[in-house]
Every structure is written in C-alpha cells, then in structure tokens.
Design a protein around this ligand. Structure first.
Ligand code: NAP
Length: 476
C-alpha cells in the first residue's frame, strides 16, 4: 500500500478494479494546493531553464535507467491501479523509460536559426525558449506514458511541470515523482498533485502562472479545459477521445488483419483512445472475417491482471462498464447480431471487479451508438460494406479523427484510402504501437497539437526573434 500525507485532511481511496480492495490513500487537493504547487514550479523554473541541455539530458537518462531498474515494482502497482495484465504494465514502464531517453536525445538536437539576411550591421537570431510552468493532466488508462509524452518533452526543454493524474490511478505517478527526486531533479521541477479534475484540476488550468496546459482525456473535458485556459491565454495541447474505424477490403490478408485488429480492439480492455471501435468489412470477405475475429475474441482469457495467463483485465470504472453495456444493448435492440460476449461476467473470480467480456457485434449500422460514440470498453461493431468509397465515407462520418486502419493487399488502393481518412495516424496492413519519433495527435475533435517526435518538443518552446545591431562601419 502507498499513502501520502493529506494536505488538507481530505483523502480519497484508490481501489484495485479487479477486487475492489483499497490499495492506497491520496490527498483530495484543493485550489490552495494547486496554488502552492504552481508557485514552487515557478520558483524552480529560473534555475532549471538555465541548466545546460547536456545536464538536463543526463538527468533524464538517469531517470529512465532508475525506472528500468524498478520495473517490476512499478508494473505491479500499475496493474493494481489500472487492472491491466502484468505484461502490459511492464511494457508501459519500458515505454515510459524509452520516452524519457528519446526526449533527452531530441533535446540535444534542438537548434535555433540565424537567417542569411545579408544586412551589413545587423544579425537576426531565432532562438527557442521554454514556455514556462506546464500543467499536465492525464486520464486513468495509461498513467505513466500519457504523462511522459508531456513530462519528457517539457523537462528537457527547460520547463517545470505540475502534474495531475486521474484520481483512480495516482499511485505510479507519485512513485515517478519520488524517483525523479532520488535521481537528482531539483525541488519544484516536477510536482504531482492529486484530487478531482473539477476541483484541483480546474484550479491549475485557471491559475495565472502556468503558461501551458497539456491535457489528455475525454473530448468534453478537453473543450472545457481549452475554454478555461483562454482566460489567461495559455498554450494548449489536447489529446482527446477517439472513435476509430478500420476498413477491411475483400483482398485483405486475414492472417495479419485478424490478430492485429484483435489487439487494437481489446488491449487494455478497450480502454485506449486509438482503439478500433468499428469496422467496415467488404461483403466478399465479411462472413469469413467475422467468424475468425469473433472466435479469436471468445478465446481471450479475462481475469485479474496479476494472474498468469490473463489476457484482458477488468474495466477501471463502473461508468465505463455501464457505457459498454449501453452500447451493446442499444446495438442489439436495433438489430445487430451478437457474435461474442455481450453480458457482464459473473461467477468465481469476477464477483467484485468490473469484468466485461470481449464483445463482437455484426450487421451494425450508423443508427447504433457503438458506431458513432466512443465506447472505451471491449466491444466493437462490424458493418458489411460494398465499395471502398462507401467505407471511407462512413469512416469519416464522425466528429473524431484520431486514427484509422486499412487492410488491402493492393498497396496503391490502401495508400489512397489512408490519404483520404481524416485521422492523425493511419496504419496500413498491420497495427503496432505508435512510435516515439513520429507525431501523434488528432484531427477534428480528437485534439489540438501533437505529442512525441520533434514536433511534440516544439509544443513546449516559444520562438523568439532577436534583432542584433552591430557597431556601424566596422566593415564586412
Ligand atoms: P476525463 O474525464 O476527461 O479525465 C481526464 C483527466 O482530466 C482526469 O485527470 C480528470 O480528473 C481531469 N479533468 C476532468 N475534468 C477536468 C477539468 N474541468 N479541469 C481539469 N481537469 C479535469 O477522461 P476519462 O474519461 O477519464 O479518460 C478517457 C478519455 O481519454 C477517453 O475519451 C479517451 O479517448 C481519452 N484519451 C485520449 C488519448 C489521446 O492521446 N488522444 C489518450 C488516452 C485517453 P479526475 O481525476 O477527476 O477524473
């Protein structure tokens, strides 16, 4: 059990979603706590930004290697607070360390500009400066990596960070802050506060000192946060909800498409933003695809993430389970055919957690919520489709635009389809995790700005132009 001293006396319990057991207590922070944290981050900023880049990079690499050396401890706590199987938690810890390393290296590659204006007595310098104090707010599904997209970029550029994890999953974030302190980060460089988004989160966003809010979470909260941040004209990056389509053409290689789409639908019990929520499958292949996909879904082992052999854990929250249930029953009531799952899991091992089985619905259409709203749980809709043009029109018929997936052996067809999808990332003919070296983010209401890659670093930098006049008449 991990506990932190309450700042105001009020605390919240953190529970294990597989068993309901209380695994920690954290303070329910207030606006006063937000103010204190922001002022400490501001006090640290001057010294931190003045440190040489090489020193900040060395510290960031040290944090990455300390994290790797404590991988097991972090992974077990992640599994207990998120519910995900241990292998997935280990992979999140490794990805977090890799992100810290990547951003440290990318920091060393930062450059300014001296444009060749050919003015005899003047030089113009374009320099990059850290924006200042950054507020980072993240959801429950990947507490460490979603934070590190922000933290790794912000710290290396010289910003200081106040982070607010989701109230259900604050434990590994608090452990990370402690680890950063141990490897030598100065006080105030990275501060974690805990509490409700509507309370301490809102206070951080409205506070006049931070210059930037980096937010990952739902589209509704993102819009509220962006509106509040404009009150003090803060820079904002938003990584928001998704309702991602996959297009499976008649000539798709099912040996690749089925396992890839299975992972992208049910990993983390469907609780991730660029998961597949709906599939458009051409009629020629629909029956074969649906049968193989549903059989594979039925074969997934659901249970407590700490048990060996578990492939899918419980949902993290009761409201996520409720929404999944609503989307499934809405689709069935409107004529969808249930091919796998469809009812809350009960019986030994499932009595106390939010367990929902991998659920596959066929013959879906856009009158059903599962095809138009973000489910964020382990259920997916399969819609038979005629032409590729129809599939693309349906794929783009959404306010979201985070990711899309295309399967066709004809690479010209697949590439043209990828180009027509309104999404920040498109995978063609296989699906793997998104790389650190390339940008990630959403079109339309799925977001604003990009994370990861050098573009993600630029989100924490201001451009300054310095016009430098030299003494006149000193010659060329
Ligand atoms: P959420 O309700 O939007 O919460 C996310 C975080 O924001 C939590 O820490 C929450 O605090 C805080 N928050 C909520 N309202 C706030 C406010 N007015 N001011 C400041 N902070 C506030 O998200 P969720 O439903 O838990 O998470 C799932 C969503 O995240 C899905 O829509 C998913 O697609 C999206 N997501 C997007 C990405 C991406 O990269 N695009 C990645 C992962 C997840 P509490 O602790 O009180 O909840």
């Amino acid at each position: 059990m991990i506990s932190t001293a309450p700042a105001t006396g009020r605390t919240a319990s953190v529970t294990d979603p597989a068993t309901g057991e209380v695994i920690g207590q954290v303070p329910l922070g207030t606006a006063e706590d937000a103010d204190r944290a922001v002022r400490s981050a501001e006090a640290a900023f001057g010294d931190w930004r003045a440190r040489p880049m090489a020193e900040r990079a060395a510290l960031q690499h040290a944090a990455a290697s300390a994290l790797r050396s404590r991988s097991d401890e972090f992974a077990r706590t992640l599994t207990r607070e998120v519910g995900r199987p241990l292998a997935g938690s280990r992979s999140e810890v490794e990805r977090t360390a890799a992100l810290l390393d990547y951003f440290a290296e990318e920091g060393l590659r930062l450059r300014g500009e001296i444009p060749k204006l050919d003015l005899p007595d003047e030089r113009v310098l374009v320099v990059k400066e850290p924006v200042g104090v950054v507020v980072a707010i993240v959801p429950f599904n990947y507490p460490l990596t979603l934070l590190t997209f922000k933290l790794g970029a912000a710290l290396i550029t010289g910003c200081t960070v106040v982070a607010k994890p989701a109230l259900e999953t604050p434990l590994t974030t608090l452990m990370l802050a402690e680890l950063f302190r141990e490897v030598g980060y100065p006080p105030g460089a990275f501060i974690v506060v805990t509490g409700r988004g509507s309370e301490i989160g809102q206070a951080l966003v409205e506070h006049p000192i931070p210059r930037k809010v980096a937010f990952t979470g739902g589209t509704a909260a993102g819009k509220r946060i962006a509106a509040a941040a404009t009150g003090t004209n803060k820079r904002v990056t938003l990584e928001l909800g998704g309702q991602c389509p996959a297009i499976v053409c008649d000539d798709a290689d099912l040996d690749v498409a089925v396992p890839a789409l299975l992972r992208q639908t049910f990993e983390n019990a469907g609780q991730f933003c660029y998961r597949v929520n709906r599939m458009y499958v051409q009629r020629g292949i629909f029956g074969a695809f649906a049968e193989r996909f549903a059989a594979a879904a039925r074969g997934l082992v659901v249970g407590n993430g700490l048990e060996p052999g578990t492939q899918m854990g419980p949902l993290r929250r009761a409201d996520v389970l409720r929404k999944t249930e609503e989307h499934v029953s809405d689709a069935v009531a409107k004529g969808a055919r249930l091919l796998a799952g469809g009812e809350r899991m009960t019986g030994p091992g499932y009595e106390r957690g939010y367990f929902w089985p991998p659920t596959v619905l066929a013959q879906t259409d856009h009158s059903m919520r599962i095809m138009t709203e973000e489910t964020f749980g382990p259920a997916v809709g399969l819609m038979p489709i005629g032409t590729l043009d129809e599939a693309i029109a349906h794929a783009n018929d959404t306010p979201y635009g985070l990711a899309a997936f295309v399967f066709s052996r004809d690479l010209a067809t697949a590439l043209r389809a990828a180009e027509r999808c309104e999404a920040g990332s498109v995978w063609v003919n296989d699906i793997h995790r998104s790389y650190d070296q390339v940008p990630f983010g959403g079109y339309k209401q799925s977001g604003l700005g990009r994370e990861k890659s050098r573009h993600g670093l630029d989100e924490y930098l201001e451009l300054k132009t310095i016009y430098l006049s030299l003494p006149k008449g000193m010659g060329a």
